[in-house]
Design a protein around this ligand. Structure first.
Ligand SMILES: Nc1ncnc2c1ncn2[C@@H]1O[C@H](COP(=O)(O)OP(=O)(O)OP(=O)(O)O)[C@@H](O)[C@H]1O
Length: 688
């Protein structure tokens, strides 16, 4: 049967706050809920009891809609959870998860204000409820930080957050664990009172089985199904026991016995047992006047669906403010986030691409008179880069062999006279060529240093155009470059790519970790139950991270352009937009990692794992033109290759968006942003 959202439910069914029929849920191959049937009557307290690991929390998560069921049907306050337009998850339900699910950097007041914002309470309403809850739950001052509270106090704050908006349905997962007996009694009294006065429905799990006698109905759960369901007195009377604990033990024994009896042969036992389990488990031993299980199918108008999907500004604002408050409470970490990119770019500009300095080179000069060409050549060498050590032939070679010198420069005894002959005569003997040459032996284990030495010697030999050396050489005249200057160093090449990489990786790291931690601590689940969608979570995170990125980029540009004086011929606006977009790529990639991965270690590994390959292949450190072809094709698919090229073109060539090399960087970055954001949203949706 299909019903429209406006159609009233069939008679009898409107009295149940929660109705679960044949509910199944597995984690991989582990079947946790198995054809479970449960009914929580409206305006009553339902105590869900069972041993650890029997599936209570899983069931509650399915009821609030943060976990999807594999089979069966759940109706909460008249409609399935997460049904378009239904406020479950949302304001109608107050959920206290088993994990404390509180922000440690928040005060009690921040915590309640945050949930008040999510539920759309006015400041006045939140304040009034806060005063009541602080008094009722015996909480310390409202400006106490959550991280400074005791375990029991935190649990009470968590309970306060669930009670805040006076929900129609309260779902409490072990609210009394770690709470002293006096307060436990008070909490139960409050539940009894709100059930009576405000007709609130409550489902509560507890390990203290006997305290559940105050519930109107109890459900005894084992291995993912209910063994019995009914008012506590009736359940105990039916099984002839004096306590709920004894009833539970008795039911467990008889359930074990039934399962054993129904397995005739140990050989085919596995199949038989599971079949008998399936058939028995769906029916509690004692039901509570369940009406016929004719649960209708629900459909929603496309307009309602569309409204349901659209992100709500209220939720995005509440989540963004939450992150900003957390930033405010951790100023050290915030300053570190702002300074880290500046420290990184400073190190890159100082340490990468510069010329080697003070390189020790041995000189063996067999010409003794000071007016010789060898002396004149040696005096032209750049002393800042090359430190000449004059030695004998044997000491020089011993030194270079021992790694003391990077090279040996040698001049023969008759260097000047042979060089003169070479310059004046057309045909000279091999001995003249050899004796009129500068002999250089280099340690090539460090190519950069060896190439620098070659270049410095070459430059030194070019200094005097009238010298015999220049006569004996063919000359090239390098005119003014079309772009850049002849003094452009490697740092200039690296900086634009490095700025993009720093922005990208910091955003990846911060996003991937913060999300994973929030999920682990149950905070994401709690926000979802308060009605926040995956898309809103993403957008809020994007907004708050954009704030951090903006300050990072501002400081980066100040350092790059004013401290390290990198040339900029292009539009500053384009440069800022491109860097911000790369930051968004980092945030969205971080969101993909955190939506797919559950623990910090794996998230860290994923973020770090892509760091080096991406850095090496994207042409950030070394030109893409030097990369082998298969990797070069891979490089084109990466988010930073074209973006880095685009930024170099803007900064050093002064190009704008009309040039393909520039707009291609923007287009690829936007493409990756969209892809990562959609992927993260889909993964988050699929994983609930
Ligand atoms: N995310 C998960 N992935 C895989 N298995 C899970 C996951 N969450 C729970 N389980 C498994 O599902 C089973 C039921 O867990 P659940 O937390 O629902 O039990 P519980 O009755 O609430 O236990 P407790 O009273 O100790 O909280 C357990 O065997 C648990 O190991």
């Amino acid at each position: 049967m299909t019903v429209d959202v406006e159609t009233p439910l069939p008679a009898g069914q409107e009295e149940a706050a929660i109705r679960c029929r044949d509910v199944c849920r597995s984690y991989g191959k582990l079947k946790v809920l198995s054809n479970l049937n449960l009914t929580v009557p409206q305006g009553q307290i339902y105590g869900l009891l069972g041993p650890s690991g029997c599936g209570k929390t899983t069931l509650l998560k399915c009821i609030v809609g943060t976990l999807k069921i594999s089979r069966g049907q759940i109706i909460v306050l008249g409609k399935p959870p997460a049904f378009p337009g239904h406020e479950v998850p949302g304001r109608m339900v107050g959920y206290m998860p088993q994990e404390l699910a509180l922000y440690n950097e928040f005060t009690i007041s921040d915590t309640l204000t945050f949930f008040g914002r999510l539920h759309g309470l006015t400041r006045k309403e939140t304040q009034a409820r806060m005063n009541f809850l602080i008094d009722f739950l015996d909480l310390p001052q409202k400006n106490c930080l959550v991280r400074n509270l005791s375990g029991g106090q935190r649990r009470r704050v968590s309970l306060g957050a669930a009670l805040l908006q006076n929900p129609e349905l309260l779902i409490l997962d072990e609210p009394t664990v770690g709470v002293d007996p006096v307060l436990r009694t008070k909490i139960w009294q409050h539940l009894v009172e709100i059930v009576k006065t405000a007709k609130v429905s409550v489902i509560i799990t507890t390990h203290y089985i006997e305290e559940a006698r105050q519930a109107n109905v109890v459900g005894l759960m084992r291995n993912g199904h209910l063994l019995a369901e009914g008012p506590p007195d009736k359940v105990m009377k039916l099984h002839g026991t004096a306590t709920l604990e004894c009833t539970f033990l008795k039911l467990c024994q008889s359930s074990d016995q039934t399962a054993t009896n129904e397995s005739p042969s140990p050989l085919d036992g596995v199949l038989e047992k599971s079949q008998s389990f399936e058939s028995n488990e769906s029916r509690p031993f004692l039901g509570v006047n369940s009406p016929p299980d004719d649960i209708p199918k629900f459909t929603a108008d496309w307009k309602v669906r569309a409204r349901h999907v659209l992100p709500k500004c209220r939720n995005i604002a509440a989540l963004t403010i939450k992150t900003l408050v957390r930033f405010k409470r951790t100023p050290g970490s915030l300053c570190f986030q702002f300074l880290l990119p500046v420290i990184q770019i400073t190190l890159i500009c100082l340490c990468i691409g510069g010329d080697p300095q003070g390189i020790q080179v041995a000189v063996v000069n067999n010409e003794t008179y000071p007016s010789s060409y060898s002396h004149s050549l040696l005096s032209s060498i750049d002393n800042y880069s090359i430190h000449q050590v004059h030695l004998s032939h044997s000491d020089a070679f011993e030194g270079i062999t021992n790694g003391e010198y990077w090279g040996v420069i040698g001049f023969g005894q008759n260097f000047t006279s042979y060089l003169t002959k070479r310059a004046l005569q057309r045909h000279v003997s091999r001995e003249v060529v050899d004796g009129g040459s500068v002999h250089v032996w280099l340690d090539y284990t460090n190519r950069q240093i060896a190439l620098m030495l070659q270049k410095k010697l070459h430059d030194a030999f070019q200094v005097n155009p009238d010298s015999f050396l220049s006569l004996s050489k063919l000359k090239y005249i390098f005119e003014e470059p079309i772009y850049g200057s002849q003094n452009t160093d490697f740092t200039t090449y690296v900086t634009p790519g490095a700025v993009l990489s720093i922005t990208f990786y910091l955003a990846v790291g911060l996003t991937a970790l913060s999300f994973v931690l929030e999920r682990k601590e149950g905070l994401l689940d709690r926000c979802w139950v308060a009605g926040v969608s995956s898309l809103e979570t993403m957008l809020a995170h994007l907004c708050s991270q954009l704030f951090v990125i903006s300050i990072q980029i501002f400081m980066l540009l100040i350092f790059v352009m004013h401290v390290f004086k990198m040339p900029n011929e292009g539009s500053l606006v384009l440069i800022i937009i491109l860097i911000v977009l790369q930051g968004v790529t980092g945030i969205s990639f971080g969101l993909v990692i955190s939506s797919a991965i559950d623990d910090e270690q794996s998230a860290n590994q994923a973020a770090l794992g892509i760091f080096y390959p991406n850095l090496m292949i994207s042409g950030v450190i070394w030109p893409v033109e030097c990369i082998p072809y298969p990797l070069r094709y891979l490089s084109m698919a990466l988010p930073q290759t074209f973006a880095a090229e685009s930024l170099r073109c803007i900064m050093y060539r002064g190009w704008g968006l009309s040039q393909m090399l520039v707009w291609r960087g923007f287009a690829v970055t936007l493409g990756w942003n969209t892809f990562f954001l959609v992927l993260a949203t889909v993964i988050l949706k699929l994983r609930t």
